[in-house]
Design a binder for this molecule. Structure first.
Ligand code: C5P
Length: 256
């Protein structure tokens, strides 16, 4: 990044960290998940565009596979990352190498943030299609004073808590059925007051699957905003089919 493109305090505000260092084994063999193509464009590029689409986001930090930072940098350079009409330089992009766990990858992304960004979004590369309205709603709720904000949806399925079987696929004893009306499935981007998220990463050492739960462990207030069905996580092969269908519909609807 040249000195001229370094974020100035007046433009600073919200940064997005995209952990994209996972191997994505559940999608089967092939490229790391974030580099899989959706309609010819790598999933990671879709995810970066989804963050840059928000006028509030002025820096996107991509956390690449530990041995793949140069490749990811080349990939970002090769694609248009800003939405149509945006002026060059309105968003900066950084690539840093990731770690062994998602948590470590996010921490490396946080470590790379320059001063002046008080709000941080953490967004999975595996959720390439999150609409900009959802991104903006998360930022707005952090601006309104919540230390941590998660987009969330009610569940369609009833959830059972089980005693995990010793053999995969074996019968599992059901031990509880939580009240579905009080459960939510959470998505990303999750939004944070930067200081709270940094403290959470310094303090919490338990293995967690999302950043908001680390802030919860500090005893701070975590709130939800409505999530979106198109912010689903691309995890299994069928999700790739669904993601391509969403892109095709968007192209038909608004020439996206
Ligand atoms: O494995 P899972 O789908 O939960 O990964 C969520 C996100 O975390 C993905 O975008 C993945 O690339 C990222 N990740 C990472 N570093 C790791 C493991 C996962 O950045 N070591």
């Amino acid at each position: 990044m040249s000195d001229e493109s370094r974020p100035s305090p007046s433009r600073a505000g919200t940064a997005a960290v995209i952990p994209a260092a996972g191997r994505g084994v559940r999608l089967g063999p092939g490229a790391p998940k974030a580099l899989r193509a959706l309609n010819g464009t790598p999933m990671l590029i879709h995810a970066v565009r989804a963050m840059a689409a928000s006028r509030s986001v002025s820096l996107v930090v991509v956390v690449a596979p530990p041995d793949g930072a140069a490749e990811v940098k080349t990939l970002l350079d090769a694609h248009t990352l800003l939405p149509g009409g945006a002026t060059a330089g309105s968003t900066d992009f950084l690539v840093v190498p990731g770690g062994d766990t998602r948590q470590e990858s996010v921490r490396f992304g946080l470590d790379a943030l320059p001063p002046g960004f008080d709000i941080v979004l953490v967004h999975d590369a595996a959720r390439p299609l999150v609409p900009v309205d959802t991104v903006d709603a998360v930022i707005e709720a952090v601006r309104d004073g919540a230390p941590a904000v998660v987009p969330a949806l009610p569940l369609a399925d009833t959830v059972k808590q089980v005693e995990p079987a010793s053999e995969p696929g074996g019968p599992e004893a059901v031990v509880a059925t939580p009240d579905r009306s009080r459960l939510r499935a959470v998505q990303t981007p999750q939004g944070f007051d930067r200081a709270a998220l940094v403290r959470a990463h310094e303090t919490v050492t338990d293995d967690v699957t999302d950043d908001a739960s680390m802030v919860e462990q500090l005893g701070l207030r975590v709130v939800t905003v409505p999530g979106h069905e198109e912010a689903f996580k691309v995890t299994r092969p069928l999700d790739l089919v669904l993601a391509e269908a969403v892109l095709a519909r968007r192209r038909l609807n608004d020439g996206f």
